[in-house]
Design a protein around this ligand. Sequence first.
Ligand SMILES: NC(=O)c1ccc[n+]([C@@H]2O[C@H](COP(=O)([O-])OP(=O)(O)OC[C@H]3O[C@@H](n4cnc5c(N)ncnc54)[C@H](OP(=O)(O)O)[C@@H]3O)[C@@H](O)[C@H]2O)c1
Length: 273
Amino acid sequence: MTKTYAVIGDPIDHSFSPALHNAAFLFLGLDCTYIAYRIPKGELEYGVEALKKINIAGFNVTIPHKVDMMKFLDDVDNECKVVGATNTVVNENDCLKGYNTDVDGFLDPIKKRNIDSKGSDVLLIGAGGAARAIIAGFGKEKARRITIANRTRERAEELVKFAQDIGLESDYLDLQSAGEVVNRYRFIVNATSVGLKGIGCPISTRNIGKESIVYDIVYLPVETPLIDQSKNQGATIIYGWEMLLAQAMKSFEIWTGKPAPYQAMKLTLLGRF
Ligand SMILES: NC(=O)c1ccc[n+]([C@@H]2O[C@H](COP(=O)([O-])OP(=O)(O)OC[C@H]3O[C@@H](n4cnc5c(N)ncnc54)[C@H](OP(=O)(O)O)[C@@H]3O)[C@@H](O)[C@H]2O)c1
């Protein structure tokens, strides 16, 4: 019998997930299909009931439901517990288990480059949902310190506390100061939405150098202004699409128990940009 998977969120019509997963199913000849299902905020409970009614095999969860979805899970993996949010759910006989593949999805491109984050100092720009998974990732890798720079100080302070709770040294900086001291950090990660559609750079890149590793999780466009400018300064670059692909591959592997087809999924993703 055909297995059906989905991504839930709102908005959802521009999601890359259906294309990515359907390409992988096709490539491996699996009798599975993947759909986008819009569930507005406030309607999650009914939405989840509807998914159970169609015997959904599993689903991804995106904005605005990643945190709220936790309430409807029967079981969670360790990453979900730490981050307090889920992006991947497995349904077995109406029993829902949540996973969070954003954490390992974020770390994957770093590991692919054989970069060891242990003991590193990190400048994380942004304090939204994605930032939390990134902090959990650096916590898992035993980084030393994570400084959180964000437009809204209160949101950053919450994450400073979260980082400290999981064993990292952590403090706050405003965006302007962050640009001035950026050369003190090994990793510079952009987890704001600044740079989307090629508009804006979250901090000044003047002091970024050859030793810096600049990771921009914004993936549209592939070359954001931060990436473009940091490249000119000689920094090592990690692209947002790499995280997007890695978290999708990890969801696929949780659902199917098979290695995700990297090339087929990468070509599909890059072909859509
Ligand atoms: N590559 C991937 O796999 C992946 C995964 C997840 C997310 N993303 C991307 O990461 C970005 C953040 O996602 P999210 O879910 O964390 O979003 P979010 O929860 O809405 O957080 C948005 C962040 O961007 C900041 N921000 C927004 N507009 C700003 C501006 N004009 N100036 C300065 N800061 C601004 C916000 O600061 P305030 O706190 O001050 O509002 C906040 O820190 C999005 O572009 C998303 O597409 C990529």
